[in-house]
Ligand binder design. Structure first.
Ligand code: HQG
Length: 180
């Protein structure tokens, strides 16, 4: 199986399972799940040939474990990263003392002033370690890492979730909890 093709399919799945299900005429339920058979049918119909076996390879080999099947394998969803309004239904968790947010240097001043905002996504995405945060930030430019006093936020009532693939999610991070 061709690695480039797997990456292409992963990006296509990110598009339809996180941002634009309507491009291939599928529907996400309120928790982000969609029917696997319908997904396969619609992808084949819309010029993205895929089999159940190939879909399983894409899910299993994904470097960030971006997608998950439900227990009986009849449904699939993205574990995080949505811009469409779905609620994965994760249970609030006690976060570690510190979490990290990797961004690009050009956003630093605005974040110091306004806090970390979720922009187009349903949540602010935070990392448990600086290495991951650095990789996230590099996607946007010269990486810059903010440290977040997650324990204090939690103490003051902010909710934190951890996605099935280990990304920490919260609604917003006000400037007062940020350090550089
Ligand atoms: C920035 C990837 C100015 C924020 C990653 C980020 C992650 C502000 C950008 C996941 C701001 C939004 C999410 C403010 C936030 N002023 N800029 N007040 N508040 N920003 O892509 O966190 O590979 O929506 O710092 O690994 O970069 O797709 O969020 O730079 O887990 O699976 O606005 O996406 O995962 O960018 O990345 P994004 P993100 P995948």
């Amino acid at each position: 199986m061709n690695e480039k093709h797997i990456t292409h399919l992963s990006k296509f799945l990110s598009l339809v399972l996180r941002h634009a299900p309507e491009t291939i005429g599928i529907i996400l339920d309120e928790n982000g799940w969609t029917d696997v058979e319908t997904l396969l049918e619609q992808m084949n119909l819309k010029g993205e040939p895929i089999t159940r076996e190939l879909l399983t390879v894409v899910v299993d080999t994904n470097n960030k474990k971006r997608f998950a099947f439900n227990e009986d394998g009849s449904k699939i969803r993205a574990s995080q990263g949505h811009s469409v309004n779905v609620d994965p239904g994760y249970t609030p968790q006690q976060p570690p003392q510190l979490l990290y947010h990797g961004t690009a240097l050009q956003f630093k001043d605005s974040i110091v002033k306004n806090g970390i905002l979720k922009q187009n996504r349903t949540h602010v995405h935070l990392s448990a370690d600086t290495e991951t945060a650095k990789n996230v930030g590099s996607r946007h430019g010269k990486p810059f890492i903010f440290t977040i006093d997650a324990a204090q936020m939690h103490k003051e009532g902010y909710l934190f979730y951890v996605s099935e693939n280990g990304v920490w999610l919260t609604d917003t991070v006000p400037p007062v909890y940020l350090s550089e």
